[in-house]
Design a protein around this ligand. Structure first.
Ligand code: FES
Ligand code: FES
Length: 198
């Protein structure tokens, strides 16, 4: 039987502040589109059915599972991945610094998705309790089972005093990465205030 050709759609979206286009089939998942068409390999794929949270990205400011999203539905939308939190050569976000300090990165597989959910979460819940952090993290399955360090890092990032103006990241790229922070132990600026939602 003759195989029918798959229709390709050209998708134009804004990825981490930069206008991008790419072709995909109607059935292509956003996770695959971001990784294989646009090169955003910071988007990790674990379960591919919405359970593990590794593929979490921000779409129009809302954290969502990219493995449950068809790429064609993101036409014209604003998509952010972990690469957008701190571009090469730019300061890390307070959350990223805190993750590094507390070894919350561990193997790093689930980290991009957790960082995207956390960025969203802390924008909506700026002073969370430990139980709120743990509830938010329940949407992420970490095979390293090291939630303690992750919780500690999130709570520390939440406690950073808001003493500096919101930071811009890469000049000219239009990417907002959240306020810049020092990579060392003295964090003096606050986390991203990007409005997002889990
Ligand atoms: Fe999307 Fe697991 S890969 S939730
Ligand atoms: Fe290893 Fe979460 S850090 S799976």
């Amino acid at each position: 039987m003759k195989k029918l050709p798959h229709a390709l759609h050209t998708i134009a979206l804004r990825l981490n502040g930069i206008e991008r286009t790419g072709e995909c089939e109607p059935r292509t998942l956003l996770s695959d589109f971001l990784r294989y068409r646009l090169g955003a390999t910071g988007v990790h794929v674990g379960c591919e059915h919405g359970v593990c949270g590794a593929c979490t990205v921000s779409i129009d400011g809302i954290a969502q599972r990219s493995c449950l999203t068809l790429a064609v539905t993101t036409e014209g939308r604003d998509v952010r991945t972990v690469e957008g939190l701190a571009r090469t050569g730019s300061p890390l976000s307070a959350l990223q610094v805190s993750f590094r300090r507390h070894h919350a990165l561990q193997c790093g597989f689930c980290t991009p998705g957790i960082l995207m959910s956390c960025t969203d979460f802390l924008a909506r819940v700026p002073d969370p309790s430990e139980s709120q952090v743990r509830e938010m993290l329940s949407g992420h399955l970490c095979r390293c089972t090291g939630y303690t360090n992750i919780v500690t890092a999130i709570l520390e990032a939440a406690a950073i005093p808001e003493t500096a103006p919101a930071a811009e990241a890469t000049a000219g790229s239009g990417v907002t990465t959240g306020p810049a922070v020092a990579a060392g132990p003295e964090i003096t600026m606050r986390r991203s205030d990007t409005p997002t939602d889990v």
